[in-house]
Ligand binder design. Structure first.
Ligand code: NAD
Length: 226
């Protein structure tokens, strides 16, 4: 069974990594445009680097939770494709094989001059840290207002899905939210979220109103256990 799993910040909430929509539109106390836009970077790059340095440290000390781990275990019997909006590496550490990061990865940095000059990074990025082209390093994160290059790869994956599962995302950040429209109208779509969201109310959606860990267990029981 070809299953595409679209994940957002909510799947990592039980690992202790906060989401941002829940907290009044702030991300760890910051306005999104200050820390996640090219304008924020141009205005105050130190603040932006410091913000992501803190996120990186938090993510490195977090562990995958039951949702990441159960999804990774499904690889043994199904064709699972994870498409995540998350910048953390918890799907990787849980052992999932096929993961596409739509919005970049906190454990990578890139040149401000060349978006394709990407390097792995475990520690902090400081002003003055440069890529091999001599340009300042920035986090390899897609900011609001920037292109989402991985979208082109994500679209055919969603088109080929036989089941779509949407976990822990408010589905309000475009273009990621638009991926839903590429799924065949014939396939079942499951939404796992403790909160009622705009998509969970739609017709033909199977809504599992639970946290990610319990919700994935329920999905497996309902759909994959014969
Ligand atoms: P969001 O913060 O907008 O929405 C989170 C969703 O998760 C909400 O609908 C909420 O009801 C749900 N949720 C909360 N706790 C949950 C739980 N225990 N189990 C399941 N669902 C739960 O997140 P989003 O839609 O992913 O927004 C996208 C942006 O947020 C992305 O660009 C992403 O880079 C960024 N972000 C990423 C991380 C991360 O990498 N872990 C953390 C915060 C924000």
């Amino acid at each position: 069974m070809r299953i595409v799993v679209l994940t957002g910040a909510g799947i990592s909430a039980e690992s202790g990594i906060p989401t941002f929509r829940g907290a009044g539109g702030l991300w760890e106390g910051h306005r999104i445009e200050d820390v996640a836009s090219p304008e924020g970077w141009n205005k105050n790059p130190e603040l932006v680097l410091d913000f992501y340095n803190q996120r990186r440290r938090g993510i490195l000390s977090a562990q995958p939770n039951a949702a990441h781990i159960q999804l990774a275990a499904l690889d043994a019997h199904h064709e699972i494709q994870i498409i995540t909006q998350n910048i953390d590496d918890l799907h990787e550490r849980a052992g999932s094989k096929n993961i596409l990061h739509l919005h970049g990865e906190i454990l990578k940095a890139r040149s401000v001059k060349n978006p394709n000059l990407i390097t792995p990074i475990n520690g902090d990025i400081q002003i003055g840290d440069v890529a091999s082209d001599g340009a300042q390093l920035r986090p390899h994160i897609v900011w609001f207002g920037e292109q989402v290059p991985m979208l082109e790869m994500a679209i055919p994956l969603v088109e080929q899905a036989e089941i779509l599962v949407i976990i822990g995302t408010s589905m309000v950040v475009y273009p990621a939210a638009g991926l839903l429209h590429y799924a065949s109208p014939e396939i079942p779509v499951y939404v796992i979220n403790p909160e009622i969201t705009e998509i969970s109310r739609r017709k033909n959606i199977h809504f599992i109103q639970k946290n990610a860990g319990e919700g994935v267990t329920e999905f497996i029981r309902l759909v994959l256990t014969k």
